[in-house]
Design a binder for this molecule. Structure first.
Ligand code: APR
Length: 257
């Protein structure tokens, strides 16, 4: 395994621009379940009932029922060594931007300075009736004693600023993500099954821009055939090891001293 770590570390060393694309798997070791692994969120809540924009508009109580289980995990989660490894890579000048599908704010709390949240964030919400913005804390207050939190101004339904199925992504965020993917020399994909588009198309944009791809995952993905290297293991263990080897290279320690 150390040869693979050194191989990836040398790919990082020789890359001019490195971009990280992360999915729910990087936050599993922070106590937040992913979606499609055994026991994942979608194995317990049918997303067509609990997580589409249409289902939210028709009956927001379903989404909030699921949020009742998920929110305490999001609130109580701390960045894990996988998140921190990407911060260290940024400190070493090799990963300026993290493109994430996650809504858990853990990359920002870990210290990553440029995070593109493709699927939004749970940290705030918007009233579907009047458009008033609400912080997470205001949503929690508005939810007190209710099944569905309502707007403090007009009583309308508040929707968290997460992208639900059937909802468009923020066009500016997506455009910047495509530009970064297309222009990078190396994309490291961490903890994503690459099953949801357009996020799952970003590795292909990177490939078409002649970038190399490294996947960090505990299982196979639909795109494994296009990866240059696949590091199998928990991201909280494998990513820090690769960054440690890269740090050694960058500080002039050759080999695996
Ligand atoms: N380390 C590395 N990889 C892991 C770990 C771990 N500790 N735990 C799980 N994984 C991997 C799984 O093997 C899987 O490939 O993380 C991936 C998680 O895949 P999904 O559950 O499909 O999550 P994700 O790829 O982020 O889903 C994308 O789908 O439902 C939407 O909006 C939701 O952003 C989400 C999007």
């Amino acid at each position: 395994m150390s040869d693979e770590f050194e191989n990836v570390a040398r790919m990082i060393e020789s890359a001019g621009s490195v971009v990280a694309l992360t999915g729910a798997g990087i936050s599993v070791e922070s106590g937040i379940p992913d979606f499609r692994s055994p026991g994942g969120l979608w194995t317990r809540f049918d997303p067509s009932i609990y997580a589409t924009f249409e289902s939210f508009v028709n009956d927001p109580s379903k989404f909030w029922e699921m949020a009742e289980e998920l929110n305490p995990l999001l609130e109580g989660a701390e960045p894990n060594p996988g998140h921190l490894a990407l911060v260290e890579l940024e400190r070493l000048g090799k990963c300026d931007t993290v493109i994430t599908q996650n809504i858990d704010n853990l990359h920002q709390r870990a210290g990553s300075s440029d995070v593109l949240e493709l699927h939004g964030t749970f940290r705030c919400g918007t009233c579907l009736k009047c458009g008033m913005k609400h912080t997470y804390e205001e949503i929690e207050q508005a939810a007190a004693g209710r099944v569905v939190p309502v707007c403090m101004s007009c009583g309308g339904s508040i929707k968290p600023d997460v992208v639900l199925f059937g909802e468009p992504l923020n066009a500016r965020v997506l455009q910047r993500a495509v530009e970064l993917a297309t222009g990078c020399d190396l994309m490291i994909v961490v903890g994503s099954g690459l099953e949801v588009f357009p996020a799952a198309s970003l590795p292909d944009y990177a490939r078409r821009g002649n970038a190399r791809l490294v996947f960090f995952n505990i299982a196979t993905t639909a795109f494994d055939s296009v990866a240059d290297v696949i590091i199998v293991g928990k991201a909280g263990e494998t990513l820090p090891r690769v960054v440690e080897v890269y740090r050694g290279l960058s500080e002039g320690c050759t080999g695996t001293e």
